[in-house]
Design a protein around this ligand. Structure first.
Ligand SMILES: NC(=O)c1ccc[n+]([C@@H]2O[C@H](COP(=O)([O-])OP(=O)(O)OC[C@H]3O[C@@H](n4cnc5c(N)ncnc54)[C@H](O)[C@@H]3O)[C@@H](O)[C@H]2O)c1
Length: 188
């Protein structure tokens, strides 16, 4: 079904990102698994290849806009296109009430969970829009309970950014969010 399609998955070394990468490869896509964890990223690629699909690990720190630009550039240089992106890398931060929440952690959570999504969108849409097609999935969350202020704020931001992207792209590129519930993290 996804033969000839090229997809990237950030945070693809573990958890939801790994599951997305293996599923996309299983449907025939060539998948770029982007992460800072090379060892687990290569394991994801092996799992993806076991489905009969194709996957390649690309080291990428998504909090660094240069690294994100290089990731998207790698997809285009190696495969000539980018059809699909699952913007998934994220962190919960720490559990603390707002009055006690460390500002450095707030900044780190926002950089990874929200600012990085903005930089993905810039790079991915720049490739997809000229072709007039593509699909971007930004991973948000339904989590919004006490003690997760930075996480909650960042994931609300992801929903807002995605709505804006969808409006700006109209029918050229599909931008959507997925907001999974809390789940145990299978490490495969
Ligand atoms: N697990 C849940 O219960 C749950 C629920 C709702 C939403 N989510 C969201 O789903 C996404 C994935 O969650 P998960 O539980 O699978 O996470 P996880 O912790 O299992 O995996 C996160 C991956 O992101 C990578 N990563 C971290 N920092 C990075 C960086 N700077 N650059 C590139 N990669 C980086 C990690 O190495 C790891 O492979 C997150 O955005 C999370 O907020 C998770």
């Amino acid at each position: 079904m996804l033969h000839d399609k090229v997809a990237l998955v950030t945070g693809g070394a573990l958890g939801i990102g790994r599951a997305a990468a293996v599923t996309l490869a299983g449907h025939g896509a060539t998948v770029l698994v982007a992460d800072i964890d090379a060892a687990e990223g290569e394991k994801t690629c092996a799992l993806a290849e076991a489905t009969g699909g194709h996957a390649e690990f690309v080291h990428c720190d998504v909090t660094d806009p240069t690294s994100v630009a290089a990731l998207v550039g790698t997809a285009v240089e190696r495969h000539g296109r980018l059809d699909c992106a699952v913007n998934n890398a994220g962190t919960e931060g720490v559990i603390a009430d707002i009055v006690d929440y460390p500002i450095e952690t707030f900044d780190r959570v926002l950089a990874l969970n929200l600012r990085a999504v903005f930089t993905y969108l810039q790079q991915e849409l720049a490739v997809m829009v000229p072709r007039g097609c593509g699909s971007v999935v930004n991973v948000s969350s339904i989590a919004g309970f006490a003690g997760f202020s930075a996480y909650n704020a960042s994931k609300h931001g992801v929903v807002g950014l995605t709505r804006t992207a969808a409006l700006e792209m109209r029918r050229q590129v599909c931008a959507s969010t997925r907001s999974p519930p809390a789940s145990a993290r299978p490490r495969w």
